[in-house]
Design a protein around this ligand. Structure first.
Ligand code: ASP
Ligand code: MG
Length: 405
């Protein structure tokens, strides 16, 4: 017998038929003797509609009332799921965030979960009752409903699993697991049986949009074992677990890409102490996140700095650097949005040399020019011209032996 949290995303509860299918998955776990808590998202499209209504009435709407509106989507599904379960002969009860309560901070619209009192749920689950909990919402210090930010019900599920000391948190979604790369680009992408939290975080931040990043961070911190699986197909999913649980560590687990980057170059800045602090200080003052950075060797006391920012931050970054031009003293600012970041991720890199050189060789063989390089302990990222994204991802997938047989 195990205690599990089962989370169903918007597409998995998009209509009554799908709610019935989800309920039958819950029944299967209950009948196998498990204690089950269910976390639900709003039906697909609902949250968008609710957000849209708030925005139409007032673009600068009150964040507390926004939360009062958008939290309703999950309440509908929680009640419907409880009814669907009861119809199948399973004892079930729905719970809104405030009823448990799931306590959050006061940041309406993007609140963080601070504490969950799981005692009552544990008691009832012990008596065979399934707890159906609204994702995405909690109770703020002002005793009003809060929401956690878009995609937040993944985080609700992981937080609940931690609070209930669940053996597993199963995330049912519209993909059947985590792949070595985007299967739309590489048809021979393979589904991973296991991936470590850290790898998942690196992959999530560079393009794989399966789990909300915050939920993975929380799972890593609380050591919650997460399983990503399809609610439509009855096939094994991917387990996201601690590195120690992965016996056969792959050198490289996945290849990720992102086209949401922009490249900036400040040309001919004086190469003296403090200049990087001035450039990046100006950007951080405007809340612009910088990702990859290279600085050239200097000639005649002048140097070039190239770095990347999120594409949506580009106008703000350009404005901040234009304003700081007198302090920085550069000659020219160049921007390029025709770029893509490709990342090779794997915990095996910690103990093996040659991962980066293999990457550079594979790209050279295809005539792809590398513009910027950055590395971390388990990741090598490069920036290339956006037109070569698919070719690069495919070549690397083959080069690291990830193609399915
Ligand atoms: N319903 C919310 C959203 O669409 C939360 C979630 O589904 O995770 O963002
Ligand atoms: Mg989601």
């Amino acid at each position: 017998m195990a205690r599990i949290v089962m989370k169903f995303g918007g597409t998995s509860v998009a209509d009554l038929d799908r709610i019935r299918i989800a309920a039958s998955r819950v029944r299967r776990e209950v009948e196998a003797g498990n204690e089950v808590a269910v976390v639900v998202s709003a039906m697909a499209g609902t949250t968008n509609q609710l957000v849209g209504w708030c925005q139409s009435l007032s673009p600068l709407h009150d964040a507390r009332e926004y939360d009062a509106v958008v939290a309703t989507g999950e309440q509908i599904t929680a009640g419907l799921m409880a009814i669907a379960l009861q119809t199948l002969g399973i004892e079930a009860r729905s719970w809104a965030g405030w009823q448990i309560p799931i306590r959050t901070d006061g940041a309406h619209g993007k609140a963080r979960i601070e504490q969950i009192d799981g005692a009552e749920l544990v008691h009832r689950m012990g008596q065979g009752q399934v707890a159906v909990v609204t994702g995405f919402q909690g109770l703020g210090p002002d005793h009003r409903i809060t929401t956690l930010g878009r995609g937040g019900s993944d985080t609700s599920a992981v937080a609940l699993a931690a609070a209930l000391r669940a053996d597993r948190c199963d995330i049912y979604t519209d993909v059947d697991g985590i792949y070595t790369t985007d299967p739309r680009i590489v048809t021979r992408a393979r589904k991973l049986a296991r991936i470590s939290y850290e790898e998942m975080l690196e992959l999530a931040s560079v393009g794989a949009k399966v789990l909300q990043t915050r939920s993975v961070e929380l799972a890593m911190k609380e050591k919650v074992r997460v399983q990503v699986l399809s609610s439509f197909q009855d096939v094994p999913g991917t387990l996201v677990v601690d590195e120690d649980e992965i016996v056969e560590k792959e050198l490289v687990s996945g290849i990720a890409y992102s086209r949401d980057e922009a490249k900036l170059t400040v040309r001919r800045v004086p190469d003296r102490p403090g200049v990087a602090a001035t450039v990046f200080g100006a950007l951080s003052a405007e809340n612009v996140n910088v990702d990859m950075i290279v600085q050239n060797i200097s000639e005649d006391g002048m140097t070039d700095m190239t770095f990347t920012v999120g594409r949506s931050d580009l106008p703000r970054a350009q404005a901040a650097l234009a304003e700081a031009k007198p302090q920085i003293g550069y000659a020219e600012l160049l921007a390029d949005t025709n770029v893509a970041k490709i990342s090779v991720v794997g915990v095996g890199m910690r103990s093996h040399a040659g991962i980066a050189s293999k990457m550079f060789r594979a790209l050279a063989d295809k005539g792809i020019n590398i513009q910027v390089i950055s590395t971390s302990e388990i990741k090598v990222s490069i920036l290339i011209a956006a037109d070569y994204t698919e070719l690069a991802v495919r070549s690397l997938h083959t080069a690291y032996g990830l193609d399915a047989a």
